[in-house]
Design a protein. Structure first.
Length: 727
């Protein structure tokens, strides 16, 4: 049997074709490392010389592309084997399968040989009509009627039975022809239009008119590929029963093409012509058009989902990488009306100190509201609170007013996106951490911790619940989970974690670790053995040499025995770091000083690298780490917008300049929290003076931006903003 062998050289060649900006040598080195169980964060940080300094994005592109090519290889061999088992595999057919460039092309070739449910065409073949159908295609000028009687049997008793059987064979044969399907696929994708209309009874299912713009909608497929968010909106409208959707393409174009291919300029007998034309039209209506329309709809959805998943991942990364407000005593304020507002205070290390419930809003009595103000101020004073973090859910607007009116000197407040806090608060992890607290009280702690260390807190929550992106609950779950895992892995490893305080959940995302190893690390600590050296990791049960190699550089020990353990220098390079310190005639206690920084900078060159026998890039990374031991890369990111006053929607006027926090970035713009309960929208056309393809080119989740009010619709709670300063 013919088998397709995907050699390493061929794999590298195909990846290079897909990723021409990455050199074959870099691809080969990356594949070698990945095959040796190296993780992407480890390769990106500690194997730069091997890969030619590829970043995580490029490494993951190689990883994903390699997987797709190998899946295509497996599919080719599956199809080759299936056709060979039918004794129908010819050299020409085998070559066409091996040369196919994608799985869809392989499946098109396989379609006529694919085992399927019993069809009318199969029954006609069983009754011996295939030779007659073949004869007809080769003798169009001679009436097939003259030969029908020769094929009569117990089932085929009349001319009509025979012609009906021939029709079924030809219709299926034409319908499964790869060339016709590819012709329609190419031209429908290029010239087709997506039409959506209001489905009968659909208006009742769309009481908020979310899908109103798609009630009578017509847009070219090419245009929709640029406006991908509309595809997802149309898909959802169809799914909930509001819209009817189809692709419009003139059937006559393919029918003409098929007739030219099948009949050409031959003379054709009248009855034969009727039979052939009917089979062509039936093949189009029954087999080709529905299948290709489904394919194109699926492809459009896939394109739109890929874009949405990418946007979600980008938003999630910036959300996780928001600058922490470390060492601040924070009060978490979970707003509520009838059941009161839940308060929780945490110390500078995130440890829970005290909880309280107050009733600052109606329907509470005046006495309860006065008591709430007194209690609030007392808590701020007694625990030296520096910041109040208010959740942006129900009663957030009223709670912000209450907080602003009752702040004591030196205390400020910020609005926190509390999406997913309730999900975490009801989880097993939250119950295990705070078994004696109610769900709402846990939420208040989570809100406070989100300001103090966004990464450590948000990592506990299902990322699909954190309120960034669009249509994430409609996206391919497997693809979304893979993107989320990659983003979380990147963020956690870029920041690094404190080996003595990180939760098992956080440790799970460190390169080389899994759930069991993370739990074993926590258990090791809890047995009264805090880590004072990275090398103690080797004593953790089941943590072998490979896991240690991958994880060690991303695990920090604060105030340990070796200052290098509080840097992102890998233990394998400690001897290099020590030599650099000696060359600069420095002590470890001087590393953060300006003199040390200047001395180290002078050593950051190719001559030093050659003397130490190390790559220039690795030398540079070690020196940067020595200059800032214990550094947190998030300190360079935007931190929370701190406030001391309050604003209402009624206060907003056209032309007013405000400052706000970007809460979400989507294909058509960015939503900005102004502190007026309803986020304002900066449409993509108002983000930049230059033409941009996506808002992410200009803004990211967590950014603090200056905006100007364009218009306010209080009734519909819509605020239009611009980032383009008025002249």
């Amino acid at each position: 049997m013919t088998r397709y062998e995907l050699t390493e050289k061929e794999l590298v060649r195909q990846i290079n074709n897909a990723l021409p900006n990455i050199k074959p040598r870099q691809i080969s080195a990356t594949l070698t490392l990945l095959n040796d169980a190296a993780t992407v964060p480890f390769i990106a940080r500690y194997r730069k010389e091997m890969t030619g300094n590829l970043d995580e994005v490029q490494l993951r592109q190689i990883q994903v592309t390699s997987k797709k090519i190998q899946e295509l290889s497996e599919r080719k061999n599956t199809v080759l084997r299936a056709i060979d088992e039918q004794d129908k595999l010819t050299p020409v057919l085998s070559k066409s399968i091996i040369d196919a460039e994608n799985i869809r092309e392989v499946d098109d070739i396989y379609l006529p040989y694919k085992q399927k449910r019993r069809t009318k065409a199969m029954i006609a073949r069983e009754n011996g009509l295939q030779p007659l159908a073949d004869w007809l295609l080769n003798h169009l000028g001679t009436s097939v009627n003259e030969r029908l009687h020769a094929y009569f049997n117990e089932t085929i008793k009349r001319d009509a039975d025979a012609t009906a059987g021939i029709h079924e064979i030809l219709a299926e044969q034409f319908g499964e022809d790869q060339s016709y399907r590819q012709w329609l696929r190419t031209r429908m994708m290029r010239d087709g239009h997506v039409l959506s209309t209001l489905k009968r009874g659909g208006e009742a299912k769309d009481d908020t008119k979310i899908y109103e713009q798609y009630y009578d909608f017509d847009e070219s497929i090419q245009s929709l590929k640029e406006n991908k968010f509309r595809i997802l909106a149309i898909d959802r409208g169809e799914k909930v029963g509001v819209l009817s959707v189809k692709i419009d393409f003139p059937a006559a174009r393919l029918l003409h093409f098929m007739k030219i291919k099948i009949i050409g300029h031959q003379q054709i007998e009248k009855k034969n012509g009727e039979l052939i034309n009917f089979a062509i039209e039936d093949a189009y209506k029954r087999f080709i058009q529905p299948a290709i329309e489904r394919e194109i709809r699926q492809e459009l959805t896939q394109i739109a989902q890929q874009q949405a998943i990418q946007v979600f991942g980008n938003n999630l990364y910036h959300l996780l990488m928001q600058a922490p407000l470390k060492n601040k005593i924070v009060m978490g304020f979970d707003p509520g009306f009838r059941t009161g507002s839940k308060l929780a205070i945490i110390d500078g290390n995130g440890n829970f100190l005290v909880k309280q419930v107050i009733f600052p809003h109606l329907p509470a009595s005046k006495h309860e509201r006065d008591q709430a103000a007194t209690t609030f101020k007392k808590l701020l004073k007694d625990f030296n609170v520096e910041l109040v973090a208010i959740g942006n859910g129900t009663a957030s607007r009223e709670s912000e007013e209450f907080v602003a009116e009752n702040l004591i000197k030196g205390v400020r407040y910020t609005i926190v996106n509390e999406a997913g806090a309730s999900v975490y608060s009801a989880s097993e992890a939250a119950r295990a951490e705070f078994p004696d607290l109610h769900v709402e009280e846990r939420s208040a702690i989570s809100i406070a911790r989100r300001v103090q260390d966004p990464l450590a807190e948000l990592i506990k929550i299902d990322p699909k619940s954190v309120g960034v992106g669009q249509y994430q609950h409609d996206l391919n779950a497997k693809a979304l989970d893979e993107q989320v895992d990659a983003v979380v892995e990147t963020a956690v490893n870029q920041v690094g974690v404190n080996l003595n305080t990180a939760s098992a959940k956080l440790l799970t995302h460190i390169a080389g670790l899994n759930q069991k190893l993370a739990e074993n690390i926590v258990a090791y600590r809890q047995n009264g053995r805090p880590f004072t050296l990275r090398t103690q990791l080797k004593d953790v049960p089941r943590l072998g040499p490979k896991a240690y190699e991958q994880a060690a550089g991303f695990l920090r020990i604060v105030d340990g025995k070796n200052i290098l353990d509080n840097t992102d220098i890998h233990p394998e390079s400690y001897h290099i770091a020590t030599q650099i310190i000696d060359m600069g005639q420095l002590s470890v206690h001087e590393l953060s000083s300006s003199i040390a920084n200047k001395t180290l900078s002078l050593l950051d060159n190719s001559d030093t690298a050659a003397k130490l026998g190390v790559g220039v890039q690795t030398l540079h990374d070690i020196i940067i780490s020595l200059q800032k031991p214990g550094r947190d890369g998030r300190s360079e990111m935007v931190s929370a917008l701190l406030k001391s006053d309050v604003l209402h929607v009624a206060d907003l006027k056209s032309g007013m300049k405000l400052q706000g926090t970007v809460r979400n970035v989507v294909d058509f713009g960015a939503f900005v929290d102004l502190g007026v309960k309803q986020d304002g929208l900066v449409h993509i056309s108002h983000l930049s003076k230059r033409r941009i393809k996506h808002p992410a080119e200009v803004v990211s989740v967590g950014d603090i931006v200056d905006v100007w009010v364009l218009s306010v619709d209080e009734k519909r709670q819509r605020i239009a903003l611009t980032m383009l300063a008025p002249k």
